[in-house]
Ligand binder design. Structure first.
Ligand code: ADP
Length: 412
């Protein structure tokens, strides 16, 4: 009931939360509103799912009644990034609370406002003081202190690989288990028999959402050679048609989070364009209107060298790189050719082919003829390879945020 109360409180405060999220991150208002709706949905989902969190009775030796219990860890720590503060706060707090933990959340220094407001809303909804705590601060200070704190029993981290390694190491000093979600370099793999109109529209949305600053951004396009020219041309046309502006004016594309981020994106694009062909974009959009923000135009780089940084590293900007393939084997090799393994999408009308790729792709989530699932609250989410380990979302998250106790009662 408390979790449902938090969901209703989020809905009741949706306009203010959306405004704060847009103000803090620069994301278009419509995207902030969608994030807030998803945040409420997490609290509803785990309010229901908690009732299914149960142990099992086990077959055992005669005279022994054996069963398992799922118990909370105790105090769970949550270190989250700036790209989806509202969604990721809810995604990590709701299952941890539902499993019976008390939580300490450290939002990113760039965007702490909605996490703080969420804590206030939870308190007002009746969550007891001390159960949901938010400690803002810099990563190297507040984040590092939280990860190394002997009082935490579980740590969930979403952010960069580099910091993921640091927090996992700090937690290891106290034998604290960790969930790591460390981003991706996720491909859309498009075959000639796909619905190309739908595929191109989705490919564009999958990289431009939140200006590409999304762990699961569709940042690579792998396209069959026979349709390459048409698909690239269509994507370029769509890229050139997006409206760009400040988040609160609700354009298609907002600015990047910071100057640091824009400088990083620009450097990767410069290097990538040198090894491939810059089709459109490549820097800040022209015009006075874009002088006072960290804007970056939708950018398409074709024929990238798969070994180039732009084809392997998470850019976190509205930057799509394109490679072509001749056959399924080559498509799989390219798709699996980075250190990351978060998500992938396969576009084909051939279901047997889709299933072959599902089996071969080394990622935590595969979409067939689509990309994402409206926030994906129900779908377990997390990486293979260097994208991390452990699972957020879905029922799986309740298992992450609880520990198992086995009990054997002698009854003879
Ligand atoms: P991003 O690339 O998304 O900014 P980071 O990994 O730098 O990702 O940041 C994600 C979260 O980790 C933020 O809340 C940040 O403050 C925190 N953080 C950064 N450095 C550290 C650190 N040394 N120890 C713990 N947390 C950190």
């Amino acid at each position: 009931a408390l979790l449902r109360g938090v969901a209703r409180a989020i809905e009741g405060d949706a306009e203010e939360l959306s405004r704060l999220e847009s103000l803090d991150t620069g994301k278009p208002l419509a995207q902030a509103r969608a994030d807030v709706a998803v945040a409420a949905r997490y609290f509803d989902f785990y309010a229901s799912a908690a009732e299914g969190l149960a142990g099992a009775t086990l077959a055992g030796a005669r005279g022994i009644f054996a069963y398992t219990l799922r118990e909370p860890w105790g105090v769970t720590a949550h270190i989250i990034p700036w790209n989806y503060p509202m969604q990721i706060s809810a995604r990590t707090l709701a299952p941890a609370l539902a499993a019976g933990n008390c939580c300490v959340l450290k939002p990113a220094e760039e965007a702490p406002l909605t996490a703080l407001r969420l804590a206030r809303l939870a308190l007002d909804a009746g969550v007891p003081p001390g159960v949901l705590n938010v400690v803002p601060g810099h990563g190297t200070v507040a984040g590092a202190a939280l990860a190394a704190h002997p009082g935490i029993d579980h740590l969930a981290f979403t952010g960069s690989q580099e910091v993921g390694v640091l927090v996992a190491r700090a937690a290891a000093a106290h034998i604290v288990p960790v969930t790591l979600e460390l981003g991706g370099k996720s491909p859309n793999v498009v075959f000639p028999d796909a619905d190309l109109e739908r595929a191109t529209g989705t490919v564009v949305a999958a990289i431009l959402q939140n200006a590409g600053q999304t762990c699961s951004a569709g940042s690579r396009l792998l396209v069959h050679r026979s349709i390459h020219d048409d698909v690239v041309q269509e994507i370029a046309r769509r890229f050139e048609g997006v409206s760009i502006g400040r988040g609160l004016d609700d354009p298609d594309l907002g600015p990047l989070i910071s100057e640091v981020q824009r400088t990083r994106v620009a450097a990767l694009v410069r290097e990538g364009a040198a090894s491939g062909r810059l089709v459109t974009g490549g820097g800040a959009p022209a015009g006075d209107a874009y002088r006072d923000g960290f804007f970056f135009a939708p950018t398409l780089v074709d024929h990238v060298d798969p070994a180039a940084g732009i084809a392997r590293e998470e850019v976190f900007g509205p930057v799509l790189v394109v490679s072509t393939f001749e056959d399924e084997d080559e498509a799989v090799a390219l798709a699996n050719g980075t250190d990351y393994g978060l998500i992938a999408a396969v576009w084909t009308r051939d279901l047997a082919r889709a299933q072959r790729l599902v089996a071969e792709l080394r990622v935590g989530q595969v979409f067939v003829n689509g990309y994402g699932a409206g926030g994906g609250v129900e779908l377990p989410f997390g990486g293979q390879k260097r994208s991390g380990y452990g699972r957020e979302k879905g029922f799986e998250a309740l298992l992450e945020y609880s520990q198992l106790k086995s009990v054997a009662v002698n009854i003879d």
